[in-house]
Design a protein around this ligand. Structure first.
Ligand code: UDP
Length: 341
């Protein structure tokens, strides 16, 4: 079997690669990544993974890869490559929809040429409204145009391109919408809250809680998320969208900050700040969001197992290693079994 993973050097991608190469030791797993937002250097991740027969990679854009004369016959294509991060997206304002949509069309064409099953990684941001999000909820474009909504619209368009291509061609594909995935190797650079809080805790600095801290999110351990992607590829019904998130891990951001202080034993206090003071006027808060993942659990036999405490503890252990100058990461902190294979 030949498996292509775009964005395989990203945060979720690295864990997916770890899992795929364990679960399918006979497969060729090929990463295509342009290193726009990789959280750890390639050599660090490769050293961390150790020898993995069949794992290859190519540093290039999705477009260049899709237009190259690669002779491999791909069976499965995981399309993760994307601009990411609530702060990471800001510098791409005005160009993001083109980037997301162009890459997706290239991947659709490649999947069709190879008769490969495609898994498109979208985002929970497509829901755009406060509260519990289920796959039957509308995808809402907010009245105010923000960089965050540009990202959401790009992902909505990408979803629609895939879902409508399925109706008129033999393309086989599923869409996955992740909700606040967190864990080891996530970088604070994109603005993600957990690595920011933990870095602040490690340095004994105040934890910068944005706004009131009452925002609701449900954090999902990246090890659970990787299992979910595998399950969606394996069992996902053609043309369906699946929420990937752990509703049981619902928390306010202030509670998350309290948990980080408690679980790291830090002397830090909370500091309530305006995010625009940190990231500038383009930064916008997302709606409260947490997933109804009933269909994902029942149809894909995917049951996330790791609590908020586990996410915080594993991320803390990983970041402590970094702080000690141990650049090697702690993959294997959470055993990644091949639950669904
Ligand atoms: N957040 C925070 N302090 C920070 C960074 C983020 O309070 O230093 C909040 C942010 O306002 C949001 C939540 O944490 O409500 C989750 O943020 P993240 O950037 O991880 O993802 P989002 O769900 O906003 O895309």
């Amino acid at each position: 079997m030949n498996i292509l993973v775009t964005g395989g050097f990203g945060f979720i991608g690295g864990h997916l690669i770890d899992l795929l190469t364990r679960c399918y030791p006979q497969a060729r797993v090929h990463i295509v990544d342009n290193l726009l937002s990789n959280p750890v250097p390639v050599d660090v991740l490769m050293k961390d993974l150790g020898p993995r027969a069949g794992l290859t990679y190519q540093i290039c854009s999705v477009g260049d890869f899709c237009r190259s004369n690669d002779s491999t016959s791909w069976d499965q294509i995981y399309h993760l490559a994307s601009i990411v991060g609530p702060a990471g997206v800001l510098k791409h304002a005005g160009r993001m929809i083109k980037s997301i949509v162009d890459d997706t069309y290239d991947i659709i064409d490649l999947s069709q040429r190879h008769k490969a099953k495609l898994l498109l990684v979208s985002t929970s941001e497509v829901y755009g409204a406060d509260g519990l999000c289920s796959e039957s909820s509308p995808r809402i474009i907010p009245a105010i145009t923000t960089v965050r909504s540009e990202y959401a619209v790009g992902k909505m368009a990408a979803e629609m391109a895939v879902l409508n291509t399925i109706k008129v061609t033999s393309l086989e594909a599923v869409v996955v919408r992740p909700f606040n995935i967190a864990g080891p190797r996530q970088s604070a650079v994109g603005g993600f809250v957990l690595p920011r809080f933990i870095a602040q805790a490690i340095r004994g600095k105040p934890l910068t809680v944005f706004g009131s801290g009452k925002q609701l999110r449900a954090f999902t351990h990246v090890a659970d998320a990787a299992q979910g992607l595998l399950a969606a590829m394996q069992y996902g019904v053609n043309g369906k969208c699946y929420n990937l998130g752990n509703e049981a891990n619902r928390t306010t951001i202030e509670e998350l900050a309290d948990n980080v202080i408690r679980l790291t034993g830090a002397q830090s206090k909370k500091q309530f700040v305006d995010p625009k003071a940190v990231y500038g006027p383009l930064y916008e808060e997302a709606a409260d969001k947490y997933p109804d993942a009933t269909a994902t659990m029942q149809e894909l036999n995917w049951y996330p197992q790791l609590s908020v405490e586990a996410v915080v503890k594993d991320t803390f252990k990983y970041m402590l290693g970094l702080d000690d100058g141990l650049l090697s990461t702690l993959s294997g902190l959470v055993p990644l079994e091949c639950r669904n294979v």
